[in-house]
Write a protein that binds this ligand. Structure first.
Ligand code: AMP
Ligand code: MG
Length: 336
């Protein structure tokens, strides 16, 4: 049985969240909102509880989890040591949508790290996530709260659709602010390596410390050995075929090949597809609105009628670089 509790994301009720924290402490699973996407959480020190996460999601066991913490004391307990460069990122960007890869402590099990000697750690800024970790008193291991391979959940409805009956509790905290998973940086390397672009942009990260942007961060298929196990899986994929058209001069011709395509594009371009079903994806004037709506619109495009989803490519700067990473991973075909 899955219990659902509605919690105000700006001013969470500690009494409601205490119930959720009790479930975590007893080894259960709780889905909760963060500033990135919804997470599916368990006590990071409880191996059995963490195994349940993989089962509920159908997640491959070699894809490690992110450990969510709320204090520097917790950080010291989950990592072996904190590199100087990590201190710099932490001071400037935590709490926030930044995950750091560091050497793990012996308290973190192979289940969480998928056998790696490193662990992914982040301090979320979302008031519900923060309070839930504090009340639980333990770090919470949590990947995105979707069935493996599906788009990440950015609203309570998305989590309900996939996790009802699979977890002990779902916290309804409305829509997640960024709507895109965290930026991941491996700080065990010098220079540090950006493994996954996210809400914090390459430009923002680089202004703090020089980072190497790993080839796979673009989201294009790469022969390179994946540095992060999660990189090798196709992600975020709707059930319909998804064609990402990066060369916009070809898009009208591609659209004309299908009898009933669903077009996804920024609202400024909707006019170009008058004859077709169009779902707008935020505005080019507010790049964060595009990130915020991405997964929601991918799910919507999947549900409505239509034989294919055709998505306009976006300029690869700022947060749109991260959006393009997700779109390329979701695409069955990329036209460049
Ligand atoms: P999710 O929370 O669903 O976004 O998945 C977590 C992501 O973090 C996956 O892409 C993992 O591969 C990545 N990750 C977790 N732990 C590590 C680690 N120790 N080294 C590299 N990547 C990691
Ligand atoms: Mg995920």
């Amino acid at each position: 049985m899955t219990e659902v509790v509605k919690v105000d994301p700006e001013n969470p009720d500690a009494i409601l969240l205490k119930k959720a924290a009790e479930i975590i402490k007893k080894g259960g699973l709780v889905a909760f909102p963060t500033e990135t996407v919804y997470g599916l959480g368990a006590d990071a020190y409880n191996e059995k509880a963490c195994e349940k996460i993989f089962k509920a999601k159908g997640r491959p066991q070699d894809n490690p989890l992110i450990v969510h913490i709320s204090s520097s004391k917790m950080l010291k307990n989950v990592v072996r040591d904190i590199p100087e460069v990590a201190r710099n990122f932490i001071e400037k960007l935590w709490p926030g949508p930044l995950t750091l890869i560091m050497e793990r402590s012996e308290k973190i099990s192979d289940v969480v790290t998928a056998g790696l000697n490193t662990v992914a750690v982040r301090t979320p800024s979302h008031p519900i996530a923060k309070m839930l970790i504090e009340l639980s008193g333990v770090p919470i291991a949590a990947p995105s709260a979707n069935i493996s391979g599906r788009p990440s959940p950015t609203s309570f409805d998305h989590v309900r659709e996939e996790m009802m009956g699979r977890v002990d509790m779902i916290i309804d905290g409305g829509e997640t602010p960024f709507g895109l998973e965290s930026t991941i940086i491996d700080v065990t390397k010098e220079p540090p390596v950006l493994l996954r672009p996210g809400p914090l942009t390459v430009e923002q990260i680089s202004s703090i410390h020089k980072v190497l942007v790993h080839e796979t961060a673009k989201g294009l298929y790469s022969q390179a050995r994946p540095l992060s196990p999660g990189m090798k899986y196709r992600h975020y994929a709707p059930s319909k075929k998804l064609i990402l058209v990066e060369d916009l001069s070809k898009i009208l011709e591609i659209v004309s090949r299908f009898s009933d395509p669903v077009i996804l594009c920024p609202k400024e371009h909707a006019e170009n597809y008058k004859e077709n079903r169009v779902l707008t994806l935020g505005s080019l004037e507010n790049e964060y609105s595009i990130a915020h709506e991405l997964f929601k619109k991918l799910r919507e495009a999947d549900k409505i009628e239509g034989d294919v989803i055709i998505v306009e490519g976006l300029p690869e700067k700022g947060i749109l670089f991260s959006v393009m990473n997700r779109l390329r991973k979701a695409a069955s075909e990329v036209i460049r």
